[in-house]
Write a protein that binds this ligand. Structure first.
Ligand SMILES: NC(=O)c1ccc[n+]([C@@H]2O[C@H](COP(=O)([O-])OP(=O)(O)OC[C@H]3O[C@@H](n4cnc5c(N)ncnc54)[C@H](O)[C@@H]3O)[C@@H](O)[C@H]2O)c1
Length: 248
């Protein structure tokens, strides 16, 4: 399988980390499929424009990854049209932060559905075809918070810890079929998700990062790309932290 004929699906690829992942893959000119759920199309259009400028055939789709039915129908169409998915990057995610004492059932359920159930939905929709082709790469974007916790993020931390358990289990189940499943746990990365944090919270985070700075989306993208390279073919079920040393 030459790199240029790979089909790469990136959820949450309209902006932030997902966009950087798409642009990193552009060097090999694969077919790139961006999934997003933004209220408007401006971010995904910008990503598609950049990819097209780099000579990549890319498409964008608004799909709610938390909906099992929507995801199943989406991948069914992709697989019948393109015949394969080689790389799945489960990157879509949201926060709904509040202290545990005040967390509503809706805040809990929504974050678990978008961040964790989505990984079940998307991975299950492609895994059968990866098993058939006896190859595939799944990279799931978790968070350092899934391992160390963070006040105000019980729902988010639980969803991100759940991704680790799910990934290790699926990794064991499909390892014999040439498929790797790995997790990246980013630390504190400059995107829309962190843009509106109060300065005091940002300062507290920065004090805990040995490298003394926030990460860039490209720092995460590089690791995703490497995990999907041929050279990383013997690595599966791992959680790789990209956090400037925040967790070690
Ligand atoms: N930014 C950070 O500091 C940081 C740290 C650790 C982990 N992460 C994780 O990295 C991933 C990307 O984060 P980001 O900072 O780039 O976020 P972002 O807010 O910039 O982008 C989020 C993306 O997810 C998509 N999305 C949200 N809900 C969706 C849904 N229901 N269906 C489909 N797509 C949906 C959005 O459309 C967008 O494309 C997330 O899983 C996040 O939890 C981010």
């Amino acid at each position: 399988m030459s790199d240029a004929s790979r089909v790469v699906v990136i959820t949450g690829g309209s902006k932030g980390i997902g966009r950087a992942v798409a642009l990193r893959f552009a060097v090999e000119k694969p077919r790139i499929i961006i999934v997003h759920f933004d209220p408007d199309e401006s971010a995904v259009r910008e990503t598609l424009r950049s990819l097209s400028g780099l000579g990549v055939e890319a498409e964008g789709h608004k799909v709610d990854v938390s909906s099992h039915a929507e995801v199943e129908a989406f991948f069914k169409e992709v697989l019948s049209r393109l015949g394969r998915v080689d790389v799945l990057v489960n990157n879509a995610g949201i926060v709904k932060d509040t202290f545990f004492m005040r967390m509503s059932e809706e805040e809990w359920d929504t974050v678990l559905r978008v961040n964790l159930k989505s990984v079940f939905n998307c991975t299950q929709s492609v895994i059968r075809s990866m098993i058939k082709q006896r190859s595939g790469r799944v990279v799931n974007i978790s968070s350092v918070v899934g391992q160390i916790g963070n006040p105000g993020q019980a729902n988010y931390a639980a969803s991100k810890a759940g991704i680790m358990g799910l990934s290790k289990t699926v990794a064991k189940e499909v390892a014999g079929r040439g498929i790797t499943v790995n997790v990246i746990a980013p630390g504190f990365i400059k995107t829309d998700m962190t843009a509106n944090l109060p300065e005091k919270v940002k300062e507290l985070f920065l004090q805990q990062i040995p490298m003394g700075r926030m990460g860039n989306p490209e720092d995460v993208a590089e690791t995703v790309y490497w995990l999907c390279s041929e050279g990383a073919g013997y690595i599966t079920g791992q959680v790789i932290h990209v956090s400037g040393g925040l967790y070690m």
